[in-house]
Write a protein that binds this ligand. Sequence first.
Ligand code: SF4
Length: 64
Amino acid sequence: MKIVVDEERCEANGVCVRAAPEAFRLDDDDRLHLLVTEVPSELRDKVERAVRDCPRGALSLVER
Ligand code: SF4
């Protein structure tokens, strides 16, 4: 699974970073960065929570 971010929707509120800090990072300019390309199985639950909890619906998971 791969994470896709809709940058038009992301408002850099950090909800996903708190849910899965191993997968998401906000830089000093409030730009969201993905720390993983392929989501490892041990991060799957956290990343799915981040996708679910994003208040802007900016995250999705796709099969690659
Ligand atoms: S939770 Fe959503 S809106 Fe917030 S930083 Fe992450 S992707 Fe952006």
